[in-house]
Ligand binder design. Structure first.
Ligand SMILES: Nc1ncnc2c1ncn2[C@@H]1O[C@H](COP(=O)(O)OP(=O)(O)OP(=O)(O)O)[C@@H](O)[C@H]1O
Ligand SMILES: [Mg+2]
Length: 237
C-alpha cells in the first residue's frame, strides 16, 4: 500500500477542470517530483491534494484512508502535509516558536520532536532563537519544511522549495529533501529545474496541459525528449 495514492483526479477553479485524470502513487522512503511547463497544473494538483481545492472527480488516499472530501484542516493529522512556496513561516516568531506552532496539533509537549528536527536541520539549530523574519530566504524555506515535519507526516508535499534560491542553497535544500525521505517519509516535490529534479528524485512525473504526460524513474524520464514534451510537440502514447 503506497503512502499516497491518487486515482483519476480532476480539479479546477471553475467548472472546467484544469487537471485531468491524475493517477499517481508515492511510497515511504522515496522522492517523487512533478515537473512541467508553467501553467501545467502542478500547483493546482498540490492544492487539490491538501484540500484547498475540491476534486471534481477521482480519489485521494493517504495511508489507506480516503481523504478526498475531507476538510483541509483535518488532512495533516491523517499524514499529509503541504509547504506552499511563499509566506510559509511566521516571521515574528523565532525558529523554535515556529516549530512549536507546527507541533501544536499533534502533541502536548513538542520539545523532544523539536530537538530531533533541529538535529537534522543544523542550519536552523544555530539560529533557533532568531526571529524567522531575519533568516535568509533559503533558511525560511527550510524552516517551513521543518515545521511541516513536526507532525511526523507520511507524505510531505513541497511546492517549489528551491525557487529563488542561490545554487549553493538549492543544494542544501535538496540534500535535506533526501534526508527527509530517509526518515521513512514519502516526499512529493514540484520543481521548475528539470536537471535538478532528475538528479535528486526516484520517480518523476511530467505534467503538460493538466495531464500526466509521462512518468517513470528518473533515468527513464532522462532518456525522453524533454524539450519537445515541454513545448507541447510530443503527445503521450
Ligand atoms: N486561483 C486561480 N483561479 C483560476 N485559475 C487559476 C488559478 N490558479 C491557477 N489558475 C490557472 O490554472 C492553470 C494551472 O496553473 P498552476 O498554477 O497549477 O500551474 P503550475 O504548473 O503550478 O505553473 P507554474 O510552473 O507557473 O507554477 C493555469 O492556466 C492558471 O492560469
Ligand atoms: Mg506552480
Amino acid at each position: 500500500m503506497p503512502a499516497l495514492l491518487t486515482e483519476s483526479v480532476c480539479a479546477g477553479y471553475g467548472r472546467t477542470p484544469i487537471i485531468n485524470d491524475i493517477s499517481l502513487t508515492a511510497d515511504l522512503g522515496t522522492v517523487t517530483t512533478i515537473i512541467g511547463p508553467n501553467g501545467a497544473g502542478k500547483s493546482t494538483f498540490a492544492k487539490t491534494l491538501v484540500g484547498i481545492l475540491r476534486p471534481m472527480s477521482g480519489r485521494i488516499v493517504v495511508n489507506d484512508v480516503d481523504i478526498t472530501r475531507m476538510p483541509g484542516h483535518q488532512i495533516p493529522r491523517h499524514g499529509l502535509v503541504y509547504v506552499p512556496q511563499n509566506d510559509n513561516v511566521f516571521k515574528r516568531l523565532t525558529v523554535r516558536e515556529n516549530l512549536e506552532v507546527g507541533g501544536f496539533a499533534s502533541r502536548a509537549d513538542p520539545s523532544a520532536r523539536i530537538e530531533e528536527i533541529l538535529g537534522i536541520f543544523t542550519d536552523l539549530e544555530k539560529a533557533k532563537d532568531k526571529k524567522a523574519g531575519f533568516l535568509s530566504g533559503g533558511q525560511q524555506n527550510l524552516l517551513a519544511i521543518a515545521r511541516a515535519l513536526m507532525v511526523d507526516p507520511a507524505v510531505i508535499m513541497l511546492d517549489e522549495p528551491t525557487a529563488g534560491l542561490s545554487p549553493a542553497y538549492t543544494d542544501v535544500v535538496w540534500n535535506q529533501i533526501a534526508r527527509i525521505s530517509q526518515l521513512n517519509t514519502a516526499v512529493l516535490v514540484v520543481e521548475q529545474n528539470v536537471e535538478r529534479a532528475l538528479k535528486h528524485s526516484d520517480f518523476v512525473h511530467i505534467f503538460v496541459a493538466g495531464r500526466d504526460h509521462s512518468h517513470g524513474t528518473a533515468s527513464e524520464i532522462a532518456s525522453l525528449d524533454l524539450a519537445s514534451i515541454f513545448l507541447g510537440r510530443s503527445h503521450a502514447n
